[in-house]
Design a protein around this ligand. Structure first.
Ligand code: TNX
Length: 526
């Protein structure tokens, strides 16, 4: 079955190449000439691809036609923003004329799906929602030569292969997490990562906003959290924090790329920065010093103090007010210095507060050792070696209705080293080469979990060893593209040998975008 799928796709590609070479658009030179990128080169693999017909050529006369709707126009402007610098064309975004058309219509596209039709006359992307148009635009981007990503005028030609793509995601949760606590990342650095995630159709940006080493979000009712608790980071550097306006800017930018921001305040453990900022939060009333190391599991909020819950409520209230998204992540991992009974008590008291402020609880999977609230999601970060008992605890919660986000550490922790020579990252979950991070199925990953409980996948990037955008990119690329594919593409398209070829073709695009990446020996780079 898989073999047949591949053969058909190969045949399609050959036909396409032939079609592009002899196409009668006039503008395309005859003979061997330029060829269009095959429709099936896209990452993540689309649900269905039917190549055929002549390619469309973007020219100086091309318009980007949009519906008369603010949101559709915004997607059109975003596309124009990508195409104008490299093509040098005007590409007006208008409600008439043609060339590239973005339109909303009823149809079986789902909330994020789209259909892309391309022929000699133009490219039409159709979707039920603006998010679908946006994802369709990402597909269109990948069908154009990598040089389209550059910010100076390039020669072209700008051909889009003929045919039809019908596409809709496998999972509604396709997340990436960035730890801005261990090392702080500026608003611009976060926005840069968001732009990279958008290219692969991610739809959630989870920000790990607090940990032992730093509190990164301004909370008006507890100002020292940020001004003092955010004043350092791993290794003792200056740290930093987001003002509320900074944070709103991240949320706004992510929304413009159709990513929902999921804020995390990690409690009751991982709280040294908060405990250092306010002595009264400590059971003994004594503030510990700020922490710049990389140990985990030594701090805990004081579960027996009422003030702890005033604090937690204030933080949740202010964070919820900054969050248009549905979710609020309360961490809950590695609370090794919180006795289990206290942990359960704490979670029982805190989860309703999240609901009170209109948000849905997410916790790391240790939350399943307490009583997850109705509708809560648990984020699984175990590994092959996690005990059967712990896996069963998660599976039982899933059977009882807790949704799961899968982030297996020995698969998609992007901070794990690729191999023993990787200069950055950690290796507590082992080395994770590109194939290992791609080659698993979220649908049957955890035994005893009903498929409907799996909401999707998320790739965490912990930053104990990462300081710059270049560091982020080196650890994320190429693995993050595989996570995107696990979250988006139908299981039937999953095939390492085909994937690695599509992945290799992305490198040119990363180079054009200035993205640093790891040249894994497992991938046949061109
Ligand atoms: C485990 S994963 C942690 C983090 C570390 C990470 C490093 C999780 C919920 N906790 O505190 O940063 O490992 O890989």
């Amino acid at each position: 079955m898989r073999q047949r799928h591949r053969t058909l796709r190969l045949l399609g590609s050959l036909l396409l190449v032939a079609a592009a070479g002899v196409s009668a658009t006039g503008a395309v030179p005859a003979g061997p000439g330029p060829t269009a990128i095959p429709l099936d080169r896209v990452v993540p693999a689309p649900a269905s691809v039917a190549p055929g017909g002549s390619p469309y050529r973007i020219t100086d006369g091309t318009r980007i036609r949009v519906d008369d709707s603010r949101e559709v126009r915004r997607v059109g402007e975003y596309l124009a923003g990508i195409l104008r610098p490299s093509t040098g064309y005007r590409l007006p975004v208008t409600t008439h004329g043609g060339g590239i058309r973005l339109r909303l219509a009823e149809g079986a596209f789902g909330a994020e799906g789209y259909r892309l039709d391309s022929d000699r006359r133009g490219v039409v992307i159709t979707a039920a929602r603006p998010a679908g148009l946006f994802h369709g635009v990402q597909t269109l981007r990948q069908l154009l030569p990598a040089a389209v990503e550059k910010d100076s005028v390039q020669p072209g030609p700008w051909l889009v292969a003929g045919g039809t793509i019908k596409d809709t995601p496998r999972y509604g949760w396709r997340g990436a997490m960035l730890d801005v606590s261990r090392h702080f990342f500026s608003v611009d650095e976060v926005k840069r990562y968001v732009d990279q995630l958008a290219l692969y159709k991610f739809n959630k940006l989870h920000l790990h906003l607090s940990d032992d080493q730093g509190w990164r979000i301004a909370i008006d009712s507890w100002p020292r959290l940020a001004t003092y608790g955010g004043s350092t980071q791993v290794g003792g550097g200056p740290g930093g924090y987001y003002t509320k306006d900074d944070y709103r800017e991240i949320v706004r930018h992510a929304a413009s790329r159709h990513l929902e921001v999921v804020p995390e305040i990690d409690i009751p453990g991982h709280t040294n920065a908060a405990l250092a900022s306010y002595a009264e939060l400590n059971c003994d009333g004594v503030a510990p010093p700020l922490y710049t190391g990389t140990e985990v599991g030594f701090s805990s909020l004081c579960v027996g103090k009422d003030l702890t819950y005033d604090f937690v409520e204030d933080v949740i209230r202010e964070l919820a007010a900054l969050t248009p998204g549905r979710y609020l992540h309360i961490g809950g991992d590695e609370a090794h210095s919180t006795p289990h009974a206290d942990y359960v008590k704490f979670m029982d008291r805190v989860q309703p507060v999240v609901a009170e402020y209109g948000k849905t609880v997410i916790g790391w999977h240790q939350l399943t050792g307490a009583s997850p609230a109705k509708g809560a999601l648990a984020q699984y970060w175990g590994l092959d070696g996690t005990s059967a008992q712990e896996k069963e605890q998660v599976a039982a919660a899933a059977r009882a209705g807790t949704g799961l986000i899968l982030s297996p550490a020995d698969r998609i922790y992007l901070d794990m080293k690729y191999d023993e020579s990787t200069p950055l990252g950690l290796s507590w979950a082992g080395y994770v080469e590109v194939r290992r991070s791609y080659d698993w199925d979220p649908g049957d990953y955890l035994a005893g979990v009903p498929e409907s409980a799996v909401r999707g996948v998320e790739a965490p990037l912990w930053s104990e060893t990462l300081r710059t955008s270049e560091d982020i990119e080196y650890m994320a690329f190429p693995r993050v593209a595989g996570v995107a594919e696990l979250g988006w593409s139908p299981a039937v398209t999953h095939d390492w040998d085909a994937y690695k070829v599509r992945l290799a073709a992305q490198a040119e695009r990363w180079e054009a975008l200035g993205i640093s990446f790891y040249r894994s020996p497992q991938v046949p780079w061109l």
